[in-house]
Design a protein. Structure first.
Length: 171
């Protein structure tokens, strides 16, 4: 068996200037320290790897993996919920836009008729983007007798109100 090499004393000539450079390791000819005697011999490699594994285990514990999985699951659930909200908003926007077109068409027809509308309600249906919308034209008097307020109320197929659009029509 070889004896263990001892580290060089700080006054050794090969360490001159090392203190100024902040490097206290030998600059040349230095060997790394040899392993302890228990790790030398025919089973040195297996003993070394066993010692390394026992002192420095790499990997994650079961708790760490479960915590990471729960964080990922919560994040994915929040992402799916947000994506669902975006889809619902896009559907609602499409429905309201089509309802707006229906209301605008009905109010434009009232203005283009150039007739002073009578007070009361009238029902109509309109088809936009493959959907049929039910609507009501509600004509109301205003404080000035020369003008009437006309509201177009649009409902979806289930009867839920989607939109109300108003205009003023004069004599």
């Amino acid at each position: 068996m070889k004896p263990l090499k001892q580290p060089l004393p700080r006054s050794h000539p090969s360490l001159r200037g090392a203190k100024r450079r902040g490097n206290l390791t030998p600059s040349r000819g230095a060997q790394p320290p040899s392993p302890p005697p228990s790790l030398r011999g025919p089973k040195a490699r297996s003993n070394l790897s066993r010692l390394y594994r026992s002192r420095h285990s790499h990997g994650f514990t079961l708790i760490e993996v479960l915590v990471a999985l729960s964080i990922v699951a919560i994040t994915l659930a929040a992402g799916l919920r947000a994506a669902g909200a975006v889809t619902d908003n896009a559907q609602r926007l499409s429905e309201v836009t089509a309802a707006h077109w229906c209301a605008d068409n009905q109010l434009a027809a009232v203005r283009l008729a150039k007739l002073f509308p009578g007070v009361g309600d009238s029902e109509f249906t309109c088809e936009q983007l493959g959907q049929t919308y039910a609507g009501t034209l509600r004509t109301q008097p205003t404080p000035n007798p020369n003008f009437r307020r006309v509201d177009a109320l649009i409902r979806n197929a289930q009867g839920q109100p989607l939109l109300t659009l108003s205009t003023i029509v004069g004599r």
